[in-house]
Write a protein that binds this ligand. Sequence first.
Ligand code: HEM
Length: 511
Amino acid sequence: MELKLSSFSVLFTFFLFVFMVLNILIKRAKTVTSASKLPPGPWKLPLLGNIHQLLGSLPHHAFRDMAKKHGPLMYMKIGQVPTIVVSSPEFAKEVMRTHDAIFASRPRNLTSEILLYDSTDIVFAPYGEYWRQLRKICMQELLSTSRVESFRPIREEEMFSLVESIASTAGSTINLTERIKNSTYSITSKAAFGKKSEDHEEFISTVEEAIEESGGFDLVNSFPSFSFLAAITRARTKLESIKRRAERIMEKIIKEHENKKSAAKNTESQTDEDLVDVLLKFHNNGEHGFSLTTDNIKAVIWDIFSAGSETSATAVDWAMTEMIKNPRVMKKVQNEIREVFRRKGSVDETSISEMKYLKLVVKETLRLHPSAPLLLPRECREKCEINGYEIPKKTRVVVNAWAIGRDPRFWTEPESFIPERFLNSPKDYKGTNFEYIPFGAGRRICPGMSFGLVNVELPLAMLLYHFDWKLPDGVKQEDLNMTESFSVTVRRKDDLHLIPIAHDLSPIQQI
Ligand code: HEM
């Protein structure tokens, strides 16, 4: 007992010491920066401010509460890092349209350095020729409207097997979050890598672990000059262990593609090319004026597998949760889906374009629950002026899409789930109306919009056509916990458990 107490007090003293030292450093950093021409700030949250700043991780709702008090262009010091938080459409437009080229880079961080092979993926690559080429290849080979359309059989096959597996347990409680997640990751794998990896489940859990980690250890990224922090918080070790697991799986994917290519060469047969096949054409090969190392290819595989699946799966999960809480909306969208499929005589993707209300439901879901509520951070590449304020070079810029989507100046009853608000509204996903930016805007806008949207719309149409949904016995609508997990992408903290009641399974029984 005595031993336990003494180790507790040593630990306590150590943390207190670290807290005090870092606190002094924050204060010093604040006084070093002249705020005369900078936007108002640097601000901190009352009471908890220092702790949040020390953790370096302010959630989007904390930013919004601060913006209410301090204005929509806030200057903060997150640890050592000067950060501008943008919480209004007017300033978002300044960052992502007027000065888009200046804010088109991403800040470096420990995750992108380790897991993404020194930021050589698309998401974190610095703005420049390498990023441009990679993005172009992914658009042409995977994400353009025509390529997305060509993956229709993959999506339909995956959806039929999802419906089949749910039907086999109809009437009992299922973990819908898990089912949606698995099929969304499968669609991405089959479209981008030709098939589901043998290590599919392990790959998913590795990505999830990385996402979870990226929400918690920002302390390291907030004090970049204190490299020892990565060691004492064990952040580096943890990330390296995640990387080793991911690396084994990704190397296997690459090897299989190389083997397939040599087999096809030997037999002189033609095979369909997927994204990895195309990336391999640039492998250590300057012929096309652009060369990729194996590590670069792994970074892209990681990007597509994670960014391509996590976002859509999260959106489907939130949409189902909101509809369980709003049965009026669920009934209305089910009526539409069932009427369209019945009239067309087939339950497949071709009818989705006619489901106008379903599209409004998806829009409203992404307003209240943008998959990446703070978009992805930008970095100012050169000194720039916004609204008379000077933004120094290297400032990190965070655009709070979540707060903008709930701003009462632009949205009536902003906290309510009302898909009808988008009826006849000019607000779309293209990043031209800055009151609504779930996919971001400007040069770094999400390139996977078409791929992602169909992966939200089709599962919803299938789940709502084939089944009615109710909460497990004893669980009430008001019991549904809407708390969000806190990371780059924002899922519900709890998985969604529901009971499916079969409605019409004849289309899958005919197969
Ligand atoms: C509902 C689905 C999705 C949502 C809500 C979403 C949202 C976003 C957002 C907010 C950004 C940051 C944009 C910015 O900084 O302005 C982004 C970037 C990105 N997304 Fe998506 N995304 C989705 C689906 C996808 C899919 C399916 C893919 C690929 C298969 C994808 C790949 C990417 C990539 C590669 C970037 C980085 C772009 C760059 O930095 O140039 N996303 N996404």
